[in-house]
Design a protein around this ligand. Sequence first.
Ligand SMILES: Cc1cc2nc3c(=O)[nH]c(=O)nc-3n(C[C@H](O)[C@H](O)[C@H](O)COP(=O)(O)OP(=O)(O)OC[C@H]3O[C@@H](n4cnc5c(N)ncnc54)[C@H](O)[C@@H]3O)c2cc1C
Length: 440
Amino acid sequence: MNFDPLTDSGVSPADSLPPTYWHDTVTAPPYLPLEQDFTTDYLVIGGGYTGISAALTLAQSNAGSVTVIDSHSPGFGCAGRNAGFVLSGSGRLGPLALQKRFGMPVAQHIQAEFDGAVSDLLARVQAYNIDCDLTPGPYYKLAHTAEQAQAQAANATALAHQFQQPVTALNRSQLHSELPVQGFYGATRQPGYTLNPLKLIVGLAETAKARGVNIFGASPATAITRSNDGYTIATPGGTIKAGTVLIASNAYSNKKLHPMVNKRQFPVQSSILVTEPLTQTQCVQTGLNRAVSMMDTRKMKYYYRLLPDNRLLFGGRGEVAGKNAHRGQARLHQAMADSFPALRDKTVSHFWSGWVSVSMDSLPRVFFDYEAQIGYAMGYCGAGVSFANMAGRRLAQQATGQPVDSSLPLYNSPLPRFPLASLRRTALRALYSWARITER
Ligand SMILES: Cc1cc2nc3c(=O)[nH]c(=O)nc-3n(C[C@H](O)[C@H](O)[C@H](O)COP(=O)(O)OP(=O)(O)OC[C@H]3O[C@@H](n4cnc5c(N)ncnc54)[C@H](O)[C@@H]3O)c2cc1C
C-alpha cells in the first residue's frame, strides 16, 4: 500500500522502497537506526535534498555536531523518486507571475536566487565528485493550445529582456523541425540539465557523512517537545536532545509533527512511468535521440525526458489518494501515446508515485524562528531538485546566524496555513474533474 501523508500518521521504517527506475541503477548504503538516547547541537528531520543540504552546510561551517534522522532512509521521499529535471525556479509562479505579485525588483531578485540554486547544485556535484549522470540538454515548454503558443512567445521576450533568461520561442513548424512531438502549437526552449535523482541524494548524503554528519535511517521523529535547554525529539529507538531543530520532511511530514508546519502544505501526488528502451528508429521518429526534457503548459502538466539507456520517462499528476496511486498508470500511458503515437505499444517497465509539497500561495518558504531555534523549508510545489538544495543551505545559514537576504519573500515569512485544510482533497478532486473536461 502506498504511503499517504493525509491518512497515515507518518512514514514507517517498514514501508517498502518505491519501485522506481532509479532504484535499479544504484543501491543506497544502509543507514542504521538510532538505538540509544543521543545528544546533538543541530538535528535535521528528513534526509532529502533539503535536509542533507542543510546538514552539509552546517558541517562545513563547523557550527557544532549535526545529526540527520530519516523515517526510512535518505532519498525515501521525493529526492529518490523525482524526474531529475534541474531547472531554475520553484513553487508555481514563473518570473512574470512573481513580477505581478511582488513588483519587478523583487521578482528579479527571486529569479536570481533560483538561477543561483542551479549553479550551486552544479558546483556541489562537481566539488564532491558526485556521479549522478548530470547531463546538459535543451528543455522545451510545449504549448498545448494556440493561445498558449502566443502567450509563450510573448513571455519569452519578457523573460529574455527583463530576467536575462536564455529562452527562445519556437513556432509550430520550428518546434516540429527540432522535435516531432504531436499535438503542440509551439514552445519555448532553454538550456537545462537532467540527472539521476537517487544517485544525487546518495552522493550528497555520503559526502555529509564523510564530513562528520551523523545520519540515522529508520528513525522517525514522532514528537518534538521544547524545554529550557532545547528540544527533545522522540524516535522509536531513543530520544534525541538538540539545541536547534530543522524540519526538512517536506510532503512526507507526519500529519502532526510540529505546529510550525502542520496544515501549512498540501501533499499532492505525482506519478511517473518509464518505458522499455526505445529502438534507434523510435528515438529518431520521436526526436528523443538526444538528452532533451519537456513539459507542457496544461494546468495538469505532463513532463517527460529521455533516460541514459534510451527509455522514455513520462510523468504527470497522480491520483488524489495514496491507495489509488496505481490507477494513474493507464491515464499516463494514454497521454504518452497521444504525444508519441510511435510509442503506443511500448511496454512500461516502471511505474511509481510520490508526494509533492504544495504551498497555499504557490511559493516555497525557508523560515526560521530565531527565538525558538527551530525552522523548516518546504512547499516547492514539485520543483525542488535545484531549489531544495539552496533552501537547505539558506535554512542552515539562518540557524547559524549567518546573513540571508531577508528582503526575499521566500525567506521572510512563514508558509500560510491552509484554511479548511480538511477540504483540500475535495477541492483537488474538483480541479482534476475540471481539467479533464477543459484540457484534453
Ligand atoms: C514524481 C515526482 C517528480 C518530480 N520531478 C521533479 C523534477 O523533475 N524536478 C524538480 O525540480 N522537482 C521534482 N520533483 C520535486 C522534488 O523532488 C522535491 O521538491 C524535492 O525532492 C524535495 O526535497 P526535500 O528534501 O524537501 O523532501 P523529500 O525528498 O521528500 O524528503 C523528505 C524526507 O523526510 C523524511 N521524513 C518525513 N517525516 C519524517 C519524520 N517524522 N522523521 C524523520 N524523517 C522524516 C522522509 O522519509 C523523506 O526522506 C518531483 C517530485 C515528484 C514526487
